[in-house]
Design a protein around this ligand. Structure first.
Ligand SMILES: Nc1nc2c(c(=O)[nH]1)N[C@H]1C(S)=C(S)[C@@H](COP(=O)(O)OP(=O)(O)OC[C@H]3O[C@@H](n4cnc5c(=O)[nH]c(N)nc54)[C@H](O)[C@@H]3O)O[C@H]1N2
Ligand SMILES: Nc1nc2c(c(=O)[nH]1)N[C@H]1C(S)=C(S)[C@@H](COP(=O)(O)OP(=O)(O)OC[C@H]3O[C@@H](n4cnc5c(=O)[nH]c(N)nc54)[C@H](O)[C@@H]3O)O[C@H]1N2
Ligand code: SF4
Ligand SMILES: [Mo]
Length: 587
């Protein structure tokens, strides 16, 4: 059967993000959600194996019936299974077609593989042994309040964490995603190096020396990740990139980078989440499914919370969801508008036309949405007191990409001629917004910054991580606060497996599979402090709730920076040595 394959978040996949060494993570990322009638037509039932094939490859998934999807579309969680069949073309944006992939689905008797098996096939190593954490000296239990959650861009700052015997015992107020990160024990306690498939322990000084040598000696080093670490660590990373004439990129290039490109073209009509809480009477989630991706967003900031001028919480607000699936967020919305995949640009244009008084020029339906529904939506937005539009990666990773976001901003601009309306991208990781802040104020560019010319140069689609790896251009890679092993397309991972790769991460990740060296560190927000930027750009200081005696990202990076500077001093910035990158691909 021919299908459109779209991938994204589920609450279960998110709850397993910090258990990637365990089979339960792979079980969740190997799901394939299918319309029950399609499943019937395939002659398969829940739990059966389905083979998904694309031009890139094939992978086995577990059939999971799901009414949310229209016939002919399947949904798979983001993770190693999805990325095994995904191509690495980014159409000049840095982000592959995570939401838009044509393929076929057929029943099979083969069981799904684990994520680690996929990575071994791509050239990686097996999962290293995960040691028991050291534990504390006494069993006194301490309760820490007002703890900030280091998981998603909501940065909830009302958690209550109980700590005892050197580990987190319980977490109150957090959603399941946040709690699972605090409770995870899938951590490393000393650096490990990979000698031909066997892992051996090395000391921190040796690990730092090796990392500095690899980075300083590389022709085209790539430093990728950063959204899982503090703003302070990000700044040191940028200095390393400058010292070695490398490329530094962060997770936004595969995520909301296209939102930033839209903002660069059209501006950002933003506001804080506090303003939304106090004032918004119309809240729209467009291509975003916060019930599974930002579980407390509605209850803390937008819908179910009372505000200064919205004293009756959700009774004073209208919630609208625009998506290609009837998501869990859509199910609790006052109105759900189902749109055809990739139809967003046309719908934004139609709404703008209606607001300008040209409703009569529209066809009967636009991207599957009846004209009357669009006229109703335009009227609702025009007559609201304060509207808040939240945009997800359903816009940035589908056809149209940054132009979708640009058109959404222009719609908001149009609405601001009638009322007050704002737009906020639903930033993913707790500090991915911080990467754009620190990169912008130190280099002038938000992500994908190339120092090979001795000055910062930025061109999404050329200087972004997926593109550099797809072209086989990077000859060494530092991964910190990200997991390309789980989240980059197959072709990028196959290249990572060939080049010296160093991972700095408190937890075992699938990228560990490609690492020559994995340096464990303290986790920001759990065992060390640091600054994070919430999705509305409010900086928040992350708390430390326990001590495991591990060095922080900042400490490890500072030492790498000093060593790199010593090593490269005689040569200065080796500008002439560098190979200029290929011309940007034409989209
Ligand atoms: N559980 C969990 N939560 C997470 C994460 C996680 O891995 N797991 N990761 C975090 C990160 S990095 C991010 S960026 C955020 C992302 O959070 P979201 O933006 O909510 O992410 P997705 O679920 O990938 O995609 C959102 C929606 O886009 C819809 N969509 C697909 N194609 C189209 C289209 O053409 N048009 C429209 N309008 N919609 C479309 C999908 O059906 C999906 O419901 O989540 C963060 N939170
Ligand atoms: N098929 C498909 N693929 C996708 C997507 C999709 O929708 N579909 N979405 C894409 C998107 S939007 C994104 S953002 C990426 C996901 O982006 P990734 O960055 O790959 O997401 P995570 O797996 O959450 O990785 C975060 C890493 O940071 C580490 N970390 C946590 N705390 C700290 C810390 O204090 N210090 C350090 N050094 N590390 C820390 C964690 O252990 C983890 O390994 O996936 C992309 N891939
Ligand atoms: S909504 Fe996000 S920040 Fe808040 S507790 Fe859940 S994962 Fe943490
Ligand atoms: Mo993301």
């Amino acid at each position: 059967m021919d299908v459109l394959i779209t991938s994204g978040r589920t609450i279960a996949q998110g709850g397993e993000l910090y258990y990637k060494d365990m089979p339960r993570y792979s079980e969740e990322t190997a799901r394939c959600f299918v319309n029950p009638f399609d499943l019937l037509e395939l002659g398969a039932a829940a739990g059966d194996s389905l083979l998904l094939s694309t031009a890139t490859g094939e992978e086995v998934f577990t059939a999971t019936p799901c009414d949310d999807l229209v016939s002919g579309t399947v949904f798979i969680p983001c993770g190693p299974h999805a990325n095994a069949i995904l191509h690495a073309t980014t159409r000049g944006t840095g982000a592959p077609d995570y939401k838009w992939l044509k393929g076929t689905v057929t029943p099979t008797r083969r069981p799904p593989r684990s994520g680690w098996d996929i990575l071994i096939e791509e050239g990686g190593a097996a999962c290293p042994p995960v040691p028991a954490l050291p534990g504390g000296e006494d069993d006194e239990v301490v309760t820490v309040s007002d703890v900030v959650c280091p998981l998603c861009g909501c940065l909830c700052d009302d958690l209550v964490v109980e700590v005892g015997d050197g580990a987190v015992r319980s977490v109150d107020n957090a959603c399941s995603l946040g709690s699972e990160k605090f409770l995870s024990q899938s951590r490393l306690t000393h650096p490990i190096s990979n000698d031909g498939g066997t892992w051996s322990a090395i000391d921190f000084q040796g690990a730092i020396r090796y990392t500095a040598e690899v980075l300083a000696d590389a022709e085209r080093p790539l430093l990728f990740g950063w959204s899982g670490t503090s703003a302070e660590a990000q700044c040191i990373g940028i200095h390393i990139a400058e010292a070695i004439g490398g490329v530094i990129d962060n997770c936004s290039s595969i995520c909301h980078g296209p939102s930033i490109m839209g903002i660069q073209e059209a501006g950002h009509p933003g506001c804080t989440l506090g303003t939304v809480k106090n004032r918004a009477d119309v809240v729209i989630y467009w291509g975003s499914n916060p019930i599974e991706s930002h579980p407390r967003h509605l209850s803390r900031y937008t819908t179910f919370v009372n505000g200064k001028y919205r004293e009756n919480g959700h009774h004073d607000r209208i919630l609208i969801v625009v998506d290609i699936r009837k998501t869990d967020t859509a199910k609790i919305a006052d109105e759900f508008i189902r749109i055809k995949p990739g139809g967003d640009y046309a719908v934004f244009s139609a709404l703008r036309a209606i607001l300008r008084g040209h409703a009569d020029t529209l066809p009967a339906t636009v991207a599957g949405v009846p004209r009357e529904r669009l006229i109703w939506l335009a009227d609702l937005c025009k007559n609201t007191r304060f509207g808040a539009l939240f945009t997800g990666i359903g816009l940035t990773q589908s056809r149209g990409r940054y132009k979708n976001v640009r058109n959404a901003i222009q719609l908001v601009d149009e609405l601001n001629r009638h009322t007050k309306f704002t737009l906020t991208p639903m930033r993913g990781h707790w500090n991915v917004n911080g990467t754009n802040q620190t990169f912008s104020y130190l280099t002038g560019y938000p992500y994908g910054v190339d120092f090979s010319r001795g000055i910062p140069y930025y061109n999404p689609g050329e200087t972004t991580a997926v593109d550099l790896l797809r072209r086989g251009e990077a000859d060494a890679c530092l991964i910190i606060g990200a997991d390309p092993g789980a989240h980059f397309p197959r072709r990028c991972n196959e290249h990572l497996a060939k080049i010296p790769t160093i991972v700095i991460d408190p937890f075992v990740s699938l990228s560990t599979s490609f690492a020559d060296l994995h340096i464990p560190v303290a986790c920001v927000g759990i065992d060390c402090e640091g600054t994070g930027y919430r999705m509305d750009s409010v900086p928040i200081r992350m708390k430390k709730v326990l001590s495991l005696g591990l060095p922080t990202d900042e400490e490890v990076l500072s030492q790498i920076l000093s060593r790199v500077q010593e090593r490269r001093q005689p040569y200065g910035v080796n500008v002439q040595k560098r190979v200029p990158s290929e011309a940007p691909p034409v989209a």
